[in-house]
Design a protein around this ligand. Structure first.
Ligand SMILES: *[C@@H]1O[C@H](CO)[C@@H](O)[C@H](O)[C@H]1NC(C)=O
Ligand SMILES: *[C@@H]1O[C@H](CO)[C@@H](O)[C@H](O)[C@H]1NC(C)=O
Ligand SMILES: *[C@@H]1O[C@H](CO)[C@@H](O)[C@H](O)[C@H]1NC(C)=O
Ligand SMILES: *[C@@H]1O[C@H](CO)[C@@H](O)[C@H](O)[C@H]1NC(C)=O
Ligand SMILES: *[C@@H]1O[C@H](CO)[C@@H](O)[C@H](O)[C@H]1NC(C)=O
Ligand SMILES: *[C@@H]1O[C@H](CO)[C@@H](O)[C@H](O)[C@H]1NC(C)=O
Ligand SMILES: *[C@@H]1O[C@H](CO)[C@@H](O)[C@H](O)[C@H]1NC(C)=O
Length: 762
């Protein structure tokens, strides 16, 4: 086994021979691929590669234009472009350097031309043209020289070289003082340089001639001595070559490719269009290859590793057309010297890791912030909804729902979005009524069901209980004369209730604002009273758990499209445990309807509702408001006024004229008595709602039988009329929904809901 050191020893031993061997093979390869077989490759010092070829009319060049006339009468021999006799100095891949011609004009002391040469280079109709590397240069001190070209392309330019003293001349500067330069464009093939003596300054003491030439500016450096140097012209001709672009023929690559003789057909070579604008093309080795692209096997792979492109700790591997750099063991990087190179693993500053980490970290932060922003926003809404839900008694309601599972099943909890949609985002034109409790909107659910949506005013905790009360009570009640609750929404700031839609407004509205409507006959009033009484009786006794409405009044009795009564607004209602007949509570109700006994004692019984219903009955009979604005003390409260009037036998004077017209005296008297009993100050003396209902039902039957014929006719008439008038009603009332419908009480009635705290002695 060899150790590392023995390897090194063997390597050192052979080291001197390796480069030598390599050089030899390169030389052989070069010789093979410079010229066509059996062609001379050198003329004097100049190597002439194919497509150029030494000899005139031989097949060593690609065309006669590339024949090189090697004149051996010179020593060393000089190569010339055979067709034009220009001495070739250098041949490159895309340029050709030839010996220059310098135009000179020399003057006498008076400024007259005494000597002038007319040297020019005419490349017209050749594959050669002046390269734009060249500059048109004028050297002189009182000269204007211009250049005009008309072959290849038309071009004119010129510049002025002036000076008055040699001291002003600047070494190496060719910007107008003693020397000036202009660029020339590509594609010129012939030019005329003309020098004119300006005779502006007398410079005969130091400058005798003016010179103009086109040449490689890299090889020319202006010097102050040039103006007085008689050898300037010959020196410049020898030292400043003209750079020519060359191309093969005039067809471009695509044209040449389709013609018979295309030069760029060899391995690893490509065709390049000439950029002179004169047409023609050249061949070039593909990247990673070098050599003569015009010859078979001319392009050879470049061993890039020879120029050591890899890091000192890298390993270079040459490939066809390219190379690889790898790093030695223990080093990382891409291995390329001028790029990341190779760095030792442990000493490596983790720039890449660091920057990667930074950018990934940054990205992560941005994503996290965005996600957080949206989730916080979403959570805030969710939290707000949850907060509202809890604040609005969501927990309480849920508990109620779970404890009353069977009864609450039909009650739905609506989402905020659903109700927003249903009310067209609580549009003004959807408002059915406004009151102290809040606003009622007409809503249309997605299944086209019309509903009434009650949006409460901002609530405090005590009102929340009322709200939950209403939901729970209404959910348990199923009576045709009680407004059905469909559900509620707790996600909004204020809770919202969803009811069945009752289309014809409140009883209050019909009594006080619309009393003259034909349908509102004695019979209808009696029917509505009976229906309302029946509903209350049901609430007091028949419901699963007795319910005291606590706020019975005409604004809380709604009328549907057939004028059927529907008790509503159970916000103040109380569920009464079965074994209790009375409960202590805060006094709650509406002035004018409020039971004075309850008001005084705070003891709530079902008789409180009876009192309030008595007031409603009185309203129905008299058409008067429960509290009137008249100044007369006894007329202020309808309850008192009604009772006093009966006592004083003035009942028939206070009832509504229509009631008097349509009802029988017996009926009116009976109802008067019923109202009187309902309004008894002591609850115990009042009849129950059941008794009230039965009495009213009796009166309705009674009204039908003794005066059956008359009443039948009346009923029919009324039926007809109500059908017609319901249309009228809709037309005349609907546009003015906000005035009366669903309003709990009119401001003018002074019937505001009251809550009196009751101080009971301990
Ligand atoms: C040509 O080659 C000879 C000898 O190789 C050398 O002395 C001479 O300077 C060269 N001339 C030019 C113009 O390169
Ligand atoms: C070589 O150059 C000399 C002198 O310029 C000239 O007389 C002669 O004709 C040239 N020979 C060829 C073959 O061009
Ligand atoms: C220019 O100056 C020289 C002397 O320096 C003089 O001989 C000659 O006449 C002058 N030429 C003109 C045109 O003034
Ligand atoms: C240069 O101008 C002349 C006259 O205007 C015209 O005949 C000739 O075609 C032009 N040459 C080129 C290459 O444009
Ligand atoms: C070059 O200038 C000479 C003399 O001024 C003139 O005879 C000749 O026609 C010009 N050639 C061109 C191409 O302008
Ligand atoms: C410039 O070169 C030519 C021939 O190449 C020669 O006749 C002439 O005398 C030279 N001029 C000077 C000033 O050397
Ligand atoms: C080659 O020359 C033809 C004819 O002049 C022209 O139509 C075509 O565009 C040229 N192709 C390129 C690549 O310049």
């Amino acid at each position: 086994m060899f150790s590392n050191s023995s390897f090194l020893y063997i390597f050192l031993l052979f080291l001197p021979f390796i480069p030598l061997a390599k050089q030899d093979t390169n030389l052989i390869a070069q010789a093979k691929t410079i010229t066509k077989p059996n062609c001379q490759s050198k003329c004097g010092n100049l190597t002439v590669p194919y497509p150029f070829g030494i000899g005139i009319g031989t097949s060593c060049s690609i065309s006669p234009w590339f024949d090189v006339n090697c004149n051996t009468s010179f020593n060393p021999p000089k190569p010339f472009i055979s067709t034009r006799n220009f001495e070739i100095l250098e041949i490159n891949d895309n340029t050709l350097l030839i010996k220059n011609f310098v135009r000179a004009a020399c003057y006498d002391t008076s400024g007259n031309i005494i000597r002038e040469n007319t040297a020019s280079i005419n490349l017209a109709a050749t594959p050669y043209s002046f390269s734009d590397i060249n500059r048109y240069t004028v050297v002189g001190c009182d000269d204007f020289a211009w250049i005009t070209a008309s072959e290849g392309r038309n071009f004119s330019s010129g510049c002025v070289a002036l000076c008055s003293r040699t001291e002003d001349l600047i070494e190496g500067e060719c910007s107008g003082i003693g020397c000036c330069q202009t660029v020339i464009p590509r594609g010129l093939q012939e030019f005329n340089a003309t020098i004119v003596n300006l005779k502006a300054v007398n410079v005969s003491s130091f400058s005798l001639c003016g010179y103009a030439f086109v040449g490689d500016p890299e090889r020319f450096r202006f010097s102050a001595g040039d103006l007085s140097d008689p050898g300037f012209q010959n020196r410049t001709i020898d030292n400043v070559p003209v750079v020519l672009d060359w191309a093969i023929g005039t067809p471009n690559c695509s044209e040449a490719r389709n013609s018979g003789d295309f030069a760029c057909v060899h391995e690893n070579s490509v065709c390049v269009d000439s950029e002179t604008g004169l047409g023609g093309y050249r061949c070039s080795c593909t990247e990673g290859y070098q050599g003569n692209p015009y010859l078979d096997s001319g392009c050879t792979d470049i061993n890039e590793c020879e120029s050591h492109p890899c890091d000192e700790n890298g390993i270079c591997t040459n490939t066809l057309g390219g190379f690889h750099c790898a790093c030695k063991k223990g080093y990382v990087g891409n291995g390329i010297k001028d790029e990341r190179g190779c760095t030792a693993v442990n000493s490596q500053f983790p720039v890449i890791k660091f920057s990667l980490g930074i950018s990934f970290g940054f990205l992560a932060v941005i994503i996290a912030v965005t996600v957080m922003y949206f989730s916080i926003k979403k959570r805030k809404i969710m939290q707000l909804r949850e907060k509202f839900f809890q604040q609005n008694g969501g927990a309480l309601l849920k508990q109620q729902i779970s404890s009353n599972e069977t009864n609450m099943k039909s009650t739905k909890i609506f989402s905020a979005v659903e109700l927003e949609k249903a009310t067209n985002n609580y549009a003004e034109d959807r408002i059915l009524g406004r009151g102290s409790y809040g606003t009622v909107y007409k809503g249309i659910l997605h299944d086209q069901q019309v509903v009434a949506i009650k949006k409460s005013r901002v609530m405090d905790q005590s009102q929340i209980e009322q709200f939950i009360n209403e939901v729970v009570i209404l959910a348990q009640v199923n009576h045709r004369n009680v407004v059905k609750i469909l559900g509620c929404c707790l996600e909004t700031e204020v809770p919202m209730l969803v009811y069945e839609y009752v289309s014809n407004g409140t009883l209050y509205h019909h009594i006080h604002n619309n009393g003259g409507m034909p349908w509102f006959s004695w019979d209808s009033r009696l029917r509505i009273a009976t229906e309302a009484a029946g509903a209350l009786a049901y609430l007091h006794s028949a419901a699963a758990m007795p319910v005291i409405h606590r706020d019975v009044k005409s604004p809380n009795i709604l009328l549907d499209e057939y004028y059927t009564a529907k008790i509503s607004d159970f916000g103040a209602s109380r569920l009464v445990p079965v074994d209790q007949t009375q409960i202590s509570t805060l006094v709650q109700g509406t002035l004018g309807y409020l039971d004075p006994e309850y008001f005084n004692t705070g003891q709530l019984t079902d008789k409180s509702d009876v009192y309030s219903f008595g007031v409603v009955l009185a309203e129905l009979m008299t058409g008067r408001k429960p509290l009137s604005k008249t100044t007369a003390e006894d007329e202020k409260s309808l309850a008192t006024f009604f009772v006093v009037s009966i006592k004083e036998n003035r009942l028939f004077q206070i009832v509504d004229p229509r009631v008097l017209r349509e009802g029988s005296l017996g009926q009116i008297r009976s109802i008067g008595e019923l109202v009187k009993r309902c309004l008894k100050l002591h609850g115990e003396e009042r009849p129950t709602m059941k008794e009230v209902t039965m009495e009213l039902e009796g009166l309705r039957k009674f009204s039908k039988h003794p005066w059956s014929e008359q009443d039948q006719v009346q009923e029919e008439e009324i039926g007809l009329m109500s059908e017609q008038t319901s249309d009228l009603y809709n037309v005349s009332i609907s546009p003015d929904l906000s005035t009366g419908k669903y309003t709990e009480q009119q401001q003018s009635s002074g019937a505001t809901p009251l809550i009196y705290p009751v101080h009971r002695p301990r």
